[in-house]
Design a protein around this ligand. Structure first.
Ligand code: HEC
Length: 243
Protein backbone atom coordinates (compact mmCIF):
# COMPACT_ATOMS: atom_id res chain seq x y z
CA UNK A 1 0.00 0.00 0.00
CA UNK A 2 1.33 3.45 -0.91
CA UNK A 3 2.34 5.58 2.05
CA UNK A 4 0.35 8.58 0.83
CA UNK A 5 -3.30 7.84 0.51
CA UNK A 6 -6.73 9.35 0.89
CA UNK A 7 -9.13 8.91 3.76
CA UNK A 8 -11.35 5.83 3.61
CA UNK A 9 -14.22 4.70 5.81
CA UNK A 10 -11.90 2.71 8.03
CA UNK A 11 -10.02 5.95 8.86
CA UNK A 12 -13.00 7.81 10.24
CA UNK A 13 -14.37 7.58 13.76
CA UNK A 14 -17.43 5.56 14.68
CA UNK A 15 -19.33 8.73 15.59
CA UNK A 16 -18.63 10.11 12.12
CA UNK A 17 -19.91 6.86 10.59
CA UNK A 18 -23.03 7.08 12.71
CA UNK A 19 -23.61 10.65 11.53
CA UNK A 20 -23.02 9.67 7.89
CA UNK A 21 -25.38 6.73 8.23
CA UNK A 22 -28.29 8.65 9.74
CA UNK A 23 -27.80 11.35 7.11
CA UNK A 24 -27.85 8.84 4.24
CA UNK A 25 -30.86 6.98 5.64
CA UNK A 26 -32.77 10.24 6.08
CA UNK A 27 -31.99 11.30 2.52
CA UNK A 28 -33.06 7.86 1.29
CA UNK A 29 -36.35 8.19 3.13
CA UNK A 30 -36.76 11.73 1.78
CA UNK A 31 -36.25 10.38 -1.72
CA UNK A 32 -38.95 7.74 -1.24
CA UNK A 33 -41.31 10.44 0.01
CA UNK A 34 -40.45 12.55 -3.04
CA UNK A 35 -41.41 9.60 -5.25
CA UNK A 36 -44.69 9.16 -3.38
CA UNK A 37 -45.39 12.88 -3.74
CA UNK A 38 -44.65 12.65 -7.46
CA UNK A 39 -47.09 9.78 -7.74
CA UNK A 40 -49.91 11.54 -5.92
CA UNK A 41 -49.52 14.89 -7.67
CA UNK A 42 -49.20 13.53 -11.21
CA UNK A 43 -51.17 10.29 -11.35
CA UNK A 44 -54.55 10.47 -13.04
CA UNK A 45 -53.92 13.52 -15.29
CA UNK A 46 -54.96 11.29 -18.20
CA UNK A 47 -58.17 10.25 -16.48
CA UNK A 48 -56.86 6.84 -15.47
CA UNK A 49 -55.61 5.79 -12.06
CA UNK A 50 -51.89 5.28 -11.65
CA UNK A 51 -48.90 7.13 -13.00
CA UNK A 52 -48.21 6.67 -16.70
CA UNK A 53 -46.07 8.27 -19.37
CA UNK A 54 -49.23 10.08 -20.61
CA UNK A 55 -49.52 11.75 -17.19
CA UNK A 56 -45.98 13.05 -17.55
CA UNK A 57 -46.74 14.30 -21.07
CA UNK A 58 -49.89 16.08 -19.91
CA UNK A 59 -48.10 17.62 -16.94
CA UNK A 60 -45.43 19.29 -19.08
CA UNK A 61 -47.02 19.48 -22.51
CA UNK A 62 -50.72 19.58 -21.79
CA UNK A 63 -53.47 17.75 -23.58
CA UNK A 64 -55.95 18.92 -26.19
CA UNK A 65 -58.71 16.88 -24.62
CA UNK A 66 -58.39 18.58 -21.28
CA UNK A 67 -58.77 22.28 -22.06
CA UNK A 68 -61.27 24.08 -19.88
CA UNK A 69 -63.26 25.13 -22.95
CA UNK A 70 -63.26 21.57 -24.31
CA UNK A 71 -64.47 20.04 -21.05
CA UNK A 72 -67.05 22.79 -20.58
CA UNK A 73 -68.74 22.26 -23.95
CA UNK A 74 -68.50 18.51 -23.54
CA UNK A 75 -70.17 18.89 -20.17
CA UNK A 76 -72.11 21.50 -18.25
CA UNK A 77 -72.02 24.22 -20.95
CA UNK A 78 -73.22 21.98 -23.75
CA UNK A 79 -76.95 22.81 -23.29
CA UNK A 80 -76.17 26.47 -24.01
CA UNK A 81 -75.26 25.67 -27.60
CA UNK A 82 -78.12 26.39 -29.95
CA UNK A 83 -76.88 23.85 -32.50
CA UNK A 84 -75.21 20.61 -31.44
CA UNK A 85 -73.07 20.69 -34.59
CA UNK A 86 -71.29 23.78 -33.27
CA UNK A 87 -69.74 21.64 -30.57
CA UNK A 88 -67.72 19.77 -33.19
CA UNK A 89 -66.67 23.06 -34.79
CA UNK A 90 -65.29 24.32 -31.47
CA UNK A 91 -63.65 21.00 -30.52
CA UNK A 92 -61.97 20.78 -33.91
CA UNK A 93 -60.66 24.31 -33.55
CA UNK A 94 -59.22 23.45 -30.10
CA UNK A 95 -57.71 20.26 -31.51
CA UNK A 96 -55.97 22.27 -34.21
CA UNK A 97 -54.32 24.47 -31.62
CA UNK A 98 -56.96 27.16 -31.03
CA UNK A 99 -55.16 29.62 -33.31
CA UNK A 100 -56.37 33.14 -33.91
CA UNK A 101 -56.78 32.43 -37.63
CA UNK A 102 -60.27 31.07 -38.07
CA UNK A 103 -61.43 32.43 -34.74
CA UNK A 104 -63.30 35.44 -36.13
CA UNK A 105 -65.28 33.64 -38.81
CA UNK A 106 -65.89 30.24 -37.19
CA UNK A 107 -65.77 30.56 -33.42
CA UNK A 108 -66.71 34.12 -32.48
CA UNK A 109 -70.20 33.91 -34.06
CA UNK A 110 -71.06 30.84 -31.99
CA UNK A 111 -69.80 32.29 -28.74
CA UNK A 112 -71.44 35.67 -29.39
CA UNK A 113 -74.77 33.98 -29.96
CA UNK A 114 -74.73 31.34 -27.20
CA UNK A 115 -72.22 32.26 -24.55
CA UNK A 116 -71.46 35.95 -24.03
CA UNK A 117 -74.80 36.71 -22.44
CA UNK A 118 -73.15 35.25 -19.35
CA UNK A 119 -69.44 35.19 -20.29
CA UNK A 120 -68.80 38.89 -20.59
CA UNK A 121 -66.79 40.87 -18.03
CA UNK A 122 -69.53 43.48 -17.75
CA UNK A 123 -72.06 40.80 -16.80
CA UNK A 124 -70.04 38.35 -14.78
CA UNK A 125 -66.37 39.24 -14.20
CA UNK A 126 -65.73 35.89 -12.49
CA UNK A 127 -66.44 33.79 -15.56
CA UNK A 128 -63.99 33.23 -18.42
CA UNK A 129 -64.30 36.18 -20.80
CA UNK A 130 -65.52 34.75 -24.12
CA UNK A 131 -66.04 38.10 -25.87
CA UNK A 132 -62.59 38.22 -27.50
CA UNK A 133 -59.82 35.93 -28.72
CA UNK A 134 -57.46 36.60 -25.79
CA UNK A 135 -60.08 35.58 -23.25
CA UNK A 136 -61.11 32.49 -25.19
CA UNK A 137 -57.47 31.49 -25.78
CA UNK A 138 -56.97 31.36 -22.02
CA UNK A 139 -59.44 28.50 -21.66
CA UNK A 140 -58.86 26.97 -25.10
CA UNK A 141 -55.20 26.12 -24.73
CA UNK A 142 -54.03 22.88 -23.35
CA UNK A 143 -52.05 24.26 -20.48
CA UNK A 144 -49.25 21.97 -19.52
CA UNK A 145 -46.54 23.53 -17.40
CA UNK A 146 -46.06 27.28 -17.70
CA UNK A 147 -42.52 28.65 -18.03
CA UNK A 148 -42.72 30.50 -14.70
CA UNK A 149 -43.71 27.25 -12.98
CA UNK A 150 -40.95 25.26 -14.72
CA UNK A 151 -38.37 27.89 -13.81
CA UNK A 152 -39.52 27.96 -10.19
CA UNK A 153 -39.37 24.18 -9.83
CA UNK A 154 -36.04 24.05 -11.71
CA UNK A 155 -34.25 26.45 -9.44
CA UNK A 156 -35.53 24.67 -6.34
CA UNK A 157 -34.35 21.34 -7.73
CA UNK A 158 -30.97 22.62 -8.87
CA UNK A 159 -30.12 24.23 -5.54
CA UNK A 160 -31.63 21.57 -3.31
CA UNK A 161 -30.54 18.47 -5.16
CA UNK A 162 -27.02 19.79 -5.79
CA UNK A 163 -26.53 19.94 -2.02
CA UNK A 164 -27.93 16.48 -1.50
CA UNK A 165 -25.81 14.95 -4.27
CA UNK A 166 -22.73 16.75 -3.07
CA UNK A 167 -22.96 15.39 0.47
CA UNK A 168 -23.87 11.89 -0.68
CA UNK A 169 -20.93 12.03 -3.11
CA UNK A 170 -18.49 13.20 -0.43
CA UNK A 171 -19.41 10.28 1.77
CA UNK A 172 -19.35 7.86 -1.16
CA UNK A 173 -15.78 8.96 -2.03
CA UNK A 174 -14.62 7.30 1.20
CA UNK A 175 -15.50 3.92 -0.30
CA UNK A 176 -12.66 1.57 -1.06
CA UNK A 177 -13.34 0.91 -4.76
CA UNK A 178 -11.68 1.58 -8.09
CA UNK A 179 -10.90 5.31 -8.40
CA UNK A 180 -12.04 5.50 -12.02
CA UNK A 181 -15.40 4.04 -11.09
CA UNK A 182 -15.69 6.64 -8.37
CA UNK A 183 -14.74 9.56 -10.60
CA UNK A 184 -17.48 8.65 -13.03
CA UNK A 185 -20.00 7.62 -10.37
CA UNK A 186 -19.98 10.98 -8.58
CA UNK A 187 -20.75 12.83 -11.82
CA UNK A 188 -23.60 10.61 -13.08
CA UNK A 189 -26.38 11.85 -10.76
CA UNK A 190 -25.53 15.49 -11.51
CA UNK A 191 -25.65 14.90 -15.26
CA UNK A 192 -28.87 12.92 -14.90
CA UNK A 193 -30.43 15.80 -12.93
CA UNK A 194 -29.41 18.34 -15.58
CA UNK A 195 -30.84 16.18 -18.37
CA UNK A 196 -34.01 15.63 -16.34
CA UNK A 197 -34.58 19.34 -15.75
CA UNK A 198 -33.75 20.39 -19.32
CA UNK A 199 -36.09 17.75 -20.68
CA UNK A 200 -39.01 19.26 -18.70
CA UNK A 201 -38.63 22.31 -20.93
CA UNK A 202 -38.29 20.22 -24.08
CA UNK A 203 -41.33 18.11 -23.14
CA UNK A 204 -43.40 21.27 -22.93
CA UNK A 205 -42.75 21.61 -26.67
CA UNK A 206 -42.37 17.96 -27.67
CA UNK A 207 -44.30 15.43 -25.54
CA UNK A 208 -42.11 12.52 -26.68
CA UNK A 209 -39.42 13.84 -24.35
CA UNK A 210 -41.50 12.62 -21.42
CA UNK A 211 -39.50 9.40 -21.83
CA UNK A 212 -36.27 11.31 -21.28
CA UNK A 213 -37.76 12.96 -18.17
CA UNK A 214 -38.61 9.57 -16.72
CA UNK A 215 -35.35 7.89 -17.84
CA UNK A 216 -33.02 10.57 -16.50
CA UNK A 217 -35.05 10.97 -13.30
CA UNK A 218 -34.77 7.22 -12.80
CA UNK A 219 -31.04 7.26 -13.49
CA UNK A 220 -30.52 9.98 -10.91
CA UNK A 221 -32.47 8.06 -8.28
CA UNK A 222 -30.69 4.81 -9.10
CA UNK A 223 -27.18 6.26 -9.03
CA UNK A 224 -27.94 8.14 -5.81
CA UNK A 225 -29.41 5.00 -4.26
CA UNK A 226 -26.38 2.91 -5.20
CA UNK A 227 -24.02 5.46 -3.66
CA UNK A 228 -26.04 5.41 -0.45
CA UNK A 229 -26.22 1.61 -0.24
CA UNK A 230 -22.56 1.05 -1.08
CA UNK A 231 -21.47 3.69 1.43
CA UNK A 232 -23.51 2.19 4.24
CA UNK A 233 -22.30 -1.29 3.36
CA UNK A 234 -18.64 -0.29 3.33
CA UNK A 235 -18.95 1.78 6.49
CA UNK A 236 -20.16 -1.12 8.59
CA UNK A 237 -19.63 -4.47 6.89
CA UNK A 238 -16.51 -4.16 4.78
CA UNK A 239 -12.96 -4.99 5.80
CA UNK A 240 -10.00 -4.40 3.50
CA UNK A 241 -7.94 -7.58 3.26
CA UNK A 242 -4.84 -5.71 2.04
CA UNK A 243 -3.99 -4.40 5.49
C1 HEC B 1 -76.56 31.08 -18.48
C2 HEC B 1 -75.24 31.58 -18.34
C3 HEC B 1 -74.15 30.86 -19.13
C4 HEC B 1 -74.12 30.63 -20.49
C5 HEC B 1 -75.13 31.01 -21.52
C6 HEC B 1 -72.86 29.96 -20.72
N1 HEC B 1 -72.17 29.80 -19.56
FE1 HEC B 1 -70.33 28.96 -19.36
N2 HEC B 1 -70.43 29.23 -17.37
C7 HEC B 1 -71.50 29.77 -16.69
C8 HEC B 1 -71.27 29.63 -15.28
C9 HEC B 1 -72.20 30.11 -14.17
C10 HEC B 1 -70.02 29.01 -15.14
C11 HEC B 1 -69.32 28.60 -13.87
C12 HEC B 1 -69.73 27.18 -13.58
C13 HEC B 1 -68.99 26.58 -12.47
O1 HEC B 1 -67.93 27.09 -12.12
O2 HEC B 1 -69.49 25.55 -12.00
C14 HEC B 1 -69.51 28.78 -16.47
C15 HEC B 1 -68.30 28.22 -16.73
C16 HEC B 1 -67.79 28.07 -18.00
C17 HEC B 1 -66.44 27.70 -18.30
C18 HEC B 1 -65.32 27.48 -17.29
C19 HEC B 1 -65.30 26.08 -16.80
C20 HEC B 1 -64.10 25.93 -15.89
O3 HEC B 1 -63.16 25.24 -16.28
O4 HEC B 1 -64.10 26.55 -14.82
C21 HEC B 1 -66.31 27.65 -19.64
C22 HEC B 1 -65.05 27.33 -20.44
C23 HEC B 1 -67.60 27.98 -20.19
N3 HEC B 1 -68.45 28.22 -19.17
C24 HEC B 1 -67.87 28.02 -21.54
C25 HEC B 1 -69.12 28.34 -22.04
C26 HEC B 1 -69.44 28.30 -23.44
C27 HEC B 1 -68.50 27.86 -24.55
C28 HEC B 1 -70.71 28.73 -23.56
C29 HEC B 1 -71.53 28.86 -24.82
C30 HEC B 1 -71.74 27.64 -25.52
C31 HEC B 1 -71.19 29.04 -22.24
N4 HEC B 1 -70.19 28.78 -21.34
C32 HEC B 1 -72.44 29.55 -21.98
C33 HEC B 1 -72.62 30.36 -17.23
C34 HEC B 1 -72.93 30.33 -18.56
Amino acid sequence: MATERYTRFKDISVSERVLNTVFLLTIGLGYLMALANLYYTHQGHDGEAGLSIEDVMINYHGSNGSTRLGSAINGIMEPNLKYKSDKEVILKWIQEGAEETGYDEKIAPILNRDCILCHSPSINPNLPDLTNYAGVAEVAHSGGASYPRLIRVSHIHLFGIAFILYFIGRIFLLCDINVYVKRVAVVIPFIAMLIDISSWFVTKINPAFAYVVVGSGGLMGLSMGLQILLSIYQMWFYTNNDE
